[in-house]
Design a protein around this ligand. Structure first.
Ligand code: AMP
Ligand code: FES
Ligand code: ZN
Ligand code: ZN
Length: 325
């Protein structure tokens, strides 16, 4: 097989996807990427052209590419950028916000901006310090805050569905982590679509079958400007470690990541895996402050960490194992 020539037209290939044994030129890669996105949307019944979609955009390659693809496919997709206020030397939040704002302006798209510091009086680092959960990094507090805001915005503005830019590398790393610890509850919830339930908006991950390098290639070839730096706190994170391990497996055996994730999803679809027993399901109550569902008997974690006083009880803080978002 000639891997340097496009499989469709024979022109010079710009990418070779080893796992699909598919070399493509720029034109046919951009076409292929959009077709695959549409196929995933339909395969999992994510949404239709009648739905109002909210895309959570971080300013990175995945979520901006996702928004671009949905826009090109004619879906009604608005954006949500959450400004976390991570503004060290490289002004991470400010830069990612600027990329997102320019992207939306160039395409005349609607963008909601939620500024954590303006809304709660504290940026994410200050909230993390106040949370008393100072072991490690702010990522778990940040995850709670982002999920809360995404859910709230989707529901308050009556979007039918929330779409995030999680890619295959993200999903495979989460699956790997949850499998290593046999976190059955989290495994039971890992799926490209999470239906609306008890105060939680419907959530979808249209890019969950794209390798990270594929969405990076799409952004690059499409000329999308995005923030290349990762969040400064992601260095040495467990998730990055798992991604590196999975990449080693992928190098040795192309297709490992997609098989690992897709076969898990297919087994789940057949009901062959991880049906959390009814008796073990967490009972959710509406938070007395914000109304969002919480496993806690009082205020939800978001309302506790964004309250002016220090959090007293840390027992029911969500574990570090990643689930959605
Ligand atoms: P991450 O958790 O950084 O891997 O991001 C996963 C997905 O969450 C991204 O693809 C976005 O869809 C969404 N996301 C992450 N950070 C933000 C943010 N600051 N604002 C809005 N959406 C975000
Ligand atoms: Fe939230 Fe890094 S701590 S993006
Ligand atoms: Zn071609
Ligand atoms: Zn609350």
């Amino acid at each position: 097989m000639n891997t340097s020539r496009c499989n469709t037209c024979g022109e010079k290939a710009v990418i070779f996807m080893r796992q699909h044994r598919l070399p493509l030129c720029k034109t046919h890669y951009l076409e292929w990427f959009i077709e695959q996105s549409e196929r995933a949307i339909k395969k999992y019944g994510m949404f239709t052209h009648h739905d109002k979609i909210l895309v959570a955009v971080s300013g990175g390659k995945d979520s901006l590419s996702l928004w671009d693809v949905l826009w090109r496919l004619g879906y009604q997709a608005d954006g949500l950028y959450i400004n976390l206020g991570i503004d060290g030397e490289d002004h991470y939040s400010l830069q990612s916000k600027n990329y997102t704002v320019s992207f939306a302006a160039e395409r005349n798209l609607n963008l909601h901006i939620f500024d954590v510091a303006a809304e709660t009086g504290k940026n994410i680092i200050q909230l993390y310090k106040q949370s008393q959960r100072r072991k490690g990094r702010p990522c778990s507090v940040c995850g709670v805050v982002k999920r809360h805001i995404m859910n709230e915005t989707t529901r308050n503005y009556q979007y039918n569905v929330l779409a995030t830019g999680h890619n295959l590398d993200d999903e495979a790393a989460v699956l790997f982590s949850n499998t290593l610890s046999w976190s059955v509850e989290y495994l039971a919830r890992q799926f490209p679509v999470l239906e609306e339930e008890e105060g939680f908006a419907r959530k979808v991950k249209p890019f969950c079958r794209f390798y990270e390098r594929e969405s990076a290639a799409y952004a690059l070839l499409r000329g999308i400007n995005y923030i290349e730096e990762e969040c400064p706190f992601s260095d040495n994170s467990t998730s990055l470690y798992y991604k590196r391990l999975l990449n080693q497996l992928e190098d040795a055996q192309p297709g490992t990541k997609i098989r690992f994730f897709s076969n898990f999803i297919e087994a789940r679809k057949k009901g062959a895996l991880f049906q959390a027993p009814e008796s073990e399901k967490v009972v959710l109550n509406p938070c007395p402050v914000c109304g969002q569902p919480t496993g806690s008997s009082g205020k939800c974690y978001y309302c506790r960490i964004t309250a002016p006083t220090v959090v007293e009880n840390n027992d029911d803080f969500p574990p570090d194992v990643m689930s959605f978002g």
